[in-house]
Design a protein around this ligand. Structure first.
Ligand code: AMP
Ligand code: GLY
Length: 424
């Protein structure tokens, strides 16, 4: 089978790395991909939202399966586009249609969905310019910290957590009336602050059945000790030690089952990944957010732990036969450490030559922001390279990632040397 993966990050490299191992695979293409995916598949210079060009490519290259990495094309309706086209409608698309993608595309939609289907989540209300005064009044009824969320997609930056009531009111106005996050913050969800430790659980569904994939914990802040600005993710660990069987059973009963059943009740035929961001408050799960794709860098630890054929699982989604499949998981611990460009997540320079790949031992380098320039591989983004390693303990796995993080070099390289600090 010929497969096209859409996207260009570490997540997509991890998908490509795993798909390339499938006996069912013939040709693998990545649009647009990066220098890492180019080593195992064919990169195609097409943007993730250029549906017409994707169509041409799919038809010319007999693609039978399209795996959508990022949320943007899903929210923009790539799956609907395929279904509406006679030539494309029988091609498998991994990723929900527009209606399902709203779980990530609109915080308000996801809160309404959770409330309706009894999925535990923080209490909330949403506000826009018509009722901003009520928003101020609602803030007064809450105790700090105050959680303000832009309704729409804001590249992972649309959530503010503030300790001060006056500041929270000012920011509410900035979001709604001054367009702090553009159109995305025309509506703002204000919600109760949840205590606890965060983790993520990933689910694969064909709309009827589901499989729960390994849990993971992501390190979002740029600074050691979880300080400083939020990033896309600086590292990840799977499984999460505090997510024991009792907790995961609660997640399945209280979150996963009502989510899958709720989608069906609401007539949302969902095929793809559901990324459930959770808070574990003394063993009680509460949903922080849904994403309609895999996480990055969580994919770089979750996918390597799946022993089963990923393309076979994707076929199960496309044909709605996921219940016939078995997901076998590697018991070992996987860690990943992300090397980033100095300055990220604020301004940073690109085009720095990366060296040391040949010295990597006992880690899998998943490329994120890299590209080929002549004979060199150079940086082309904030997050550059994820180094994934296995171990029988978190420490052992991390140690391998850190040793290799020192072997890779590029100007102004930065990485967190304390990934997993709270778990060891
Ligand atoms: P989100 O984009 O909804 O995942 O929010 C970004 C981050 O803000 C989450 O990963 C949490 O760390 C934090 N966060 C969001 N909502 C809450 C909440 N209700 N209580 C505590 N922290 C939250
Ligand atoms: N690492 C967080 C995300 O992918 O949203």
């Amino acid at each position: 089978m010929n497969v096209l993966v859409i996207g260009s990050g570490g997540r997509e490299h991890a998908f490509a790395w795993k798909l390339a191992q499938s006996p069912k695979l013939d040709k693998l293409f990545i649009a647009p991909g990066n220098a890492g995916t180019a080593q195992i598949a064919t990169n195609v210079e097409i943007g993730v939202n250029d549906f017409d060009s994707i169509k041409d490519f799919v038809l010319k290259n007999d693609i039978e399966m399209v795996v959508v990495g990022p949320e943007d094309p899903l929210v923009n309706g790539i799956h609907d586009y395929f279904l509406a086209d006679d030539q494309l409608k029988n091609i498998g698309v991994i990723g929900p249609k527009k209606d399902g993608a709203e779980l990530e595309g609109s915080k308000e939609f996801s809160k309404i969905f959770m409330e309706k289907h009894g999925v535990p989540t923080a209490k909330y209300q949403s506000f826009s310019k018509n009722n901003i005064e009520e928003g101020y009044a609602f803030l007064e009824t809450l105790s700090p910290p105050y959680v303000l969320k832009a309704d729409g997609l804001a590249a992972g930056k649309g959530v503010l957590i503030l300790d001060d009531l006056t500041e929270a009111k000012t920011e509410l106005a900035n979001m709604i009336t001054s367009g702090k996050f553009g159109e995305a913050s025309a509506t703002v969800v204000i919600e109760e602050f949840l205590n606890g430790i965060e983790l993520s659980v990933f689910v694969l569904t064909d709309g009827e059945n589901y499989k729960i994939l390994p849990s993971a914990k992501d390190y979002k802040r740029i600074g050691e000790g979880d300080t400083g600005l939020n990033t896309g993710g600086m590292g990840a660990i799977s499984p999460v030690p505090f997510a024991d069987n009792t907790f995961l059973q609660k997640v399945e009963e209280q979150v996963v089952k009502p989510t899958i059943a709720g989608l069906k009740t609401d007539g949302i035929d969902y095929k793809g990944f559901i990324f459930i961001g959770l808070m574990n408050d003394n063993g009680t799960p509460s949903v922080v957010e849904y994403n309609v794709r895999m996480g990055d860098p969580e994919t770089e630890v979750v996918i390597p732990r799946i022993k089963s054929d990923l393309l076979d699982l994707f076929e199960g989604i496309a044909n709605r036969t996921l219940h016939e499949k078995i997901v076998e998981i590697d018991e070992r611990i996987a860690t990943t450490v992300m090397l980033v460009s100095g300055g990220y997540p604020e301004g940073y320079e690109k085009g720095k030559v990366i060296t040391g790949f040949e010295a990597i031992e006992n880690s899998i380098p998943f490329h994120a922001g890299t590209k080929k320039e002549g004979n060199n591989i150079v940086t082309s983004g904030g997050r550059v390279l994820a180094l994934t390693s296995f171990g029988t303990s978190i420490k052992e796995a991390l140690n391998k990632s850190f040793v290799n993080a020192e072997k890779i070099d590029f100007e102004k390289k930065n990485y967190r040397k304390d990934i997993g600090f709270d778990l060891i």
